[in-house]
Design a protein around this ligand. Sequence first.
Ligand SMILES: *[C@@H]1O[C@H](CO)[C@@H](O)[C@H](O)[C@H]1NC(C)=O
Ligand SMILES: *[C@@H]1O[C@H](CO)[C@@H](O)[C@H](O)[C@H]1NC(C)=O
Ligand SMILES: *[C@@H]1O[C@H](CO)[C@@H](O)[C@H](O)[C@H]1NC(C)=O
Ligand SMILES: *[C@@H]1O[C@H](CO)[C@@H](O)[C@H](O)[C@H]1NC(C)=O
Ligand SMILES: *[C@@H]1O[C@H](CO)[C@@H](O)[C@H](O)[C@H]1NC(C)=O
Ligand SMILES: CC(=O)N[C@H]1CO[C@H](CO)[C@@H](O)[C@@H]1O
Ligand SMILES: CC(=O)N[C@H]1CO[C@H](CO)[C@@H](O)[C@@H]1O
Length: 882
Amino acid sequence: MACRASAILPLSLVLAALGSLCNATPVNSRDNVPAGYYAAPYYPAPHGGWLASWSESYAKAQQLVSRMTLAEKTNITGGCGIYMGTPCVGNTGSANRVGFPQLCLQDSALGVAATDNVTAFPAGITTGATWDKNLIYARGVALGREFRGKGANVYLGPTVGPLGRKPLGGRNWEGFGSDPVLQAVAAAMTIKGVQEQGVIATIKHLVGNEQEMYRMYNPLKPGYSANIDDRTLHEIYLWPFAEGIHAGVGSVMTAYNAVNGSACSQHSYLINGILKDELGFQGFVMSDWLSHISGVDSALAGLDMDMPGDTNVPLFGYSEWKYELTRSVLNGSVPLDRLNDMATRIVAAWYQTGQDKDFPPPNFSSNTKDRDSLLYPAALFSPKGQVNWFVNVQADHYKVARQVAQDAITLLKNNGSLLPLSTSRPLKIFGTDAQVNSDGPNACLNRACDKGTLGMGWGSGIADYPYFDDPITAIRRRTSGVTFYNSDVFPAVPTPTADDVAIVFINSDAGENSFTVEGNHGDRDSAKLAAWHRGDALVKKAAAKYSDVVVVVHTVGPLALEPWIDLPSVKAVLFAHLPGQEAGESLTNVLFGDVSPSGHLPYSITKASTDLPNSVANLKGYAVGQVQDTYSEGLYIDYRYLNKMGIKPRFAFGHGLSYTTFSFSNASIASVTPLTLVPPPRSPKGPTPSFSSAIPPAAEAYYPAGFNRIWRYIYSYLPPDDANAAFAVGAAGIKQYAYPSGYSTTQTAGPAAGGDLGGNAALWDVAWTVTLTINNAGTQFPGRAVAQAYLQYPAGIPYDTPVVQLRDFAKTDALAPGEAATVTLQLTRKDVSVWDVEAQNWVVPGVGGKRYIIWLGEASDALFTACYTDTLTCESGLKSPV
Ligand SMILES: *[C@@H]1O[C@H](CO)[C@@H](O)[C@H](O)[C@H]1NC(C)=O
Ligand SMILES: *[C@@H]1O[C@H](CO)[C@@H](O)[C@H](O)[C@H]1NC(C)=O
Ligand SMILES: *[C@@H]1O[C@H](CO)[C@@H](O)[C@H](O)[C@H]1NC(C)=O
Ligand SMILES: *[C@@H]1O[C@H](CO)[C@@H](O)[C@H](O)[C@H]1NC(C)=O
Ligand SMILES: *[C@@H]1O[C@H](CO)[C@@H](O)[C@H](O)[C@H]1NC(C)=O
Ligand SMILES: CC(=O)N[C@H]1CO[C@H](CO)[C@@H](O)[C@@H]1O
Ligand SMILES: CC(=O)N[C@H]1CO[C@H](CO)[C@@H](O)[C@@H]1O
C-alpha cells in the first residue's frame, strides 16, 4: 500500500507537509508582513454568469445545479481524498443522480502524468523558447487530445506562476519564461489548444509562487508571504493570468504561499476582488494540493473547489469542506448562495468545454501501472478491479514534441561558424548528459534525480517517458565517427587531430520542493547557477585539449557561463532547454544543419548573479514565523532591471542566433483605434443565475440509511444528528459566525477596470500595428526569424517605466536564402497603458499624441528599427536603446 502509493505524485506533498511539522514552531501567521503591504477584505464572492460568452453554459448549469441536493453540491466542490477510490491526482465527488460525473483532474503541464502510452512533451520553458505562437498552440492541441483520450476532464496547466522572477526558483521551467507577455501569449495559445479538445485548462498558481522553499502552510508554520505592490502585480505577475482568462480558461489554481500575509487559498482580495471581479473570471477556482486551511473563510473568500479534499494534514479522512461545508450551509455560516455559485461555476465550465457530450471516463490510474489493483488504495480494506486500460493516446504527437524541442534550441554563440557540423568530422562526445539515464528514463520517482540526459525537471510537473530519444543515439544515427566518453570527469584521450570536434553535454536541474536532489530543495539552492556534476570543469578541460568545442546545455533556466564562455576553443553553445522525450533528433537536426537553430532565450543570462538585485538573485532562507519575500524590485526583474542599471548581460532576453542572418526593413506603423486616457466605461454585469436561498432541509445531508463508509474517503454527508443540530443553529439564526471585517453579502457592480474576460473589453482594442519585411540575408542556409516588438513609453510621463518591454512577437516560416516575409505585430490599449494605483485602472500615459517608440529587432538588446506613434513613421539602422 504505502509503497504502491509512493509511486505517485501527491505523496511527496504529504511527506513535505508532514515532514515540515517536525522542525517548525507555532507562530502568528501575520506578525511580520512588512509595513505597507496588506490584504484588504473584498466581499462578497462575485457570482459567475454575467458575461454573454458564458451565459449559455450558465443557463444549463443553473438547470442542473437547481436539481442538486445540498450533499450533491458540496460533493462536486471538493475532492474525495488523496488516493481515494479514484484514478487521478484530484477527483471531485459526483452528483450522479442528476447526471454530473466525478471530474478527473490530472497533472501535468507537459503531459498526462503517472500513466503510460502518452507523449512527454518539452517543458514550458522550452516551449517559450520557440517564440512560435502556432507551434505553442499545436502543442496545446496535442496535450488536450491526450488528456481527453485518457478521460481527464481537467488539465492542470499551463503554469505562469512562477513567472521566473528568481533565476534559482525551482519551478520556473514549468512556465514559459521571465516576461509577462511571453508567458501570457504562450499560456493563451496553450489554453486555446487544450480547451478546443473539450478539456478544461487550469492556469496556475495564483500568485507569487516564485520560490519553492517554505511555500507550504502546515499547522505550525505558514507558507511564505509574497509581498507585491499593486502596480507590479498588475503589470508583471497578474498579466499572464488576465490573458489566460481572456482566452477563456475554465479554472484557476491558487498558490501555496501567501500574498501580503494572507494565504492565496483564502485571500478575498485576490480571488473575489482581482480574479473574479476585475478580471471577470467565470470558471472555478481550486486550491493547490493540500493548501486548503480553512472552511468557512475560504468559501467566503471565493474558493470554489478543494483539492484533493483532505485537510493540509491528509489521510485521516478529514476535510475543511465536503461534510464540513454541508454543515456550514446548514448552520447558516456559509450562505447557500455562495455554495450555489461554487457548484454553478464548476458545472458551467464543464458545459463550456462541451464535456456533457461524450466525454470518456478515466481509463487509467495514477496509483499503479498494473491492470488490476486496489480500487481504494488508501483504504484499509479495498476491493480490487481493473484500473488501467493502457489506452494509447500518443497518435503522432511526437512530431509536435520534436518540432518544439528543435525550434527551441537556442544558439548563443557560433564563432567561426563551427556549426553546423559536417558528418565527416570525428566527434568526441563528453558528459553523462548525452545519454539517457542507464536505469531507464523513468527510473527516478517524479524524475527526482539528475542522471543522464535532462529532459524535464522534477516534481509534479512531469510525465512518464514512453521512450527517450537521447542525443548520443541520435548522433550515432547520423555519423559513425563518434567516440563517447560517458563520464563527467574528463578522461585520458588520444592526441586530438585538427579535424576533431568535441561536444560537451552539461546540465542544470530543479523542481518541486517535495523532493531534494543533490542538496537542492526544489530551488537551485545548492548548485546555484553552476552546471551540475562539475560540468564547468569538463568544458574547460575539453577546451584545453580540443580547438573546436561545442557545448550543449540542458537546463531549467539561466546558467553561469563565465567560467568558459570566452575560451577561444569554445566556439559554439547550444541551449537545448528541457526537450522531453525528443531530445535526440531535435538536436541532431540542428547540429548537422538540417535546420537552422531558431530558439531565443526566454530569460537573460547575466555575467554574475549579483548583476540582479538581492531580492531576485537570492532565495529566502528560513525565518522564525512567516518567511517574507518582498518584491522590492517592483517591475524590475530580468532585462527590465539590467537595462535600468545599464548592466550588460552575457546574453540578453530574446537572444538567439541562426546559421543565416536576417535583415529587417520596410517597417511601417498604422494607428488602428484612437485611445482615450482610460478605457470607456465597462459594460455592466449581465444577469446571473438565481436560486432559492432558503437553507435546505437537514435530510438533504443525511448519510443514506445503511451506508457503508470507507475510512479516509471524504464524504459530503453528515450523520442525521449532526445535520439536525447544524440546521437548528442556522434556522434559529442567532449564533453568528465571526465574519471577517468588511464582510458583506450584497453583490456589487464591479470595478471600472473590469467588464469582460480579463478586464475591460477595450483593453484589447488594437492601438497600433507595425509591419515589417524580414529577409533571409544569407546565401547558404534557410532559417526562421523571430521579430520582437518592445515598447518604450513617452518621455516625461508621471510614471517610472522600464526602458523597453516586450509587447508582441512573431516567427516566420523557414525562409530560403534571399527569401522575404512580411510580419505584422500589434499593440493593444493594455500594452501601451500603465496600471494606475490611484485610479485603479489602466491609463494611457501617451494620450494626446505623445511619442511611444516601438522598437523592433531579434533580441531585447538588438533593436535597430523604431516606429513612432506620433509621426507614424519608422526608421531603421538605429543604435539599439539597450
Ligand atoms: C498588497 O499590498 C499593497 C500595498 O502595498 C496593495 O496595494 C495591494 O493591493 C495588496 N495586494 C493584495 C493582493 O492584497
Ligand atoms: C459523492 O461522490 C461519490 C463519488 O462519485 C459518490 O459515490 C457519492 O454518492 C456522491 N455523493 C452524493 C451525495 O451524490
Ligand atoms: C458552522 O459549521 C462550520 C463547519 O463546521 C463551523 O466552522 C462554523 O463555526 C459553524 N457555525 C456556527 C455558527 O456554529
Ligand atoms: C572567435 O574566433 C576568432 C578566431 O577564429 C578569434 O580571433 C576570436 O577571439 C574569437 N572570438 C570569441 C568571442 O571567442
Ligand atoms: C513593404 O511592406 C509592404 C507591407 O507593409 C509589402 O506589401 C511590400 O511588399 C514590402 N516591400 C518590400 C520591398 O518588401
Ligand atoms: C503502444 C504502447 O506504447 N503501448 C504500451 C502501453 O502500455 C503498456 C503497459 O505499460 C505497454 O505494455 C504497451 O507497450
Ligand atoms: C473505465 C473505462 O471507461 N475504460 C475505458 C477506457 O477507454 C477504453 C478505450 O477507449 C474503453 O474501452 C474503456 O472502457
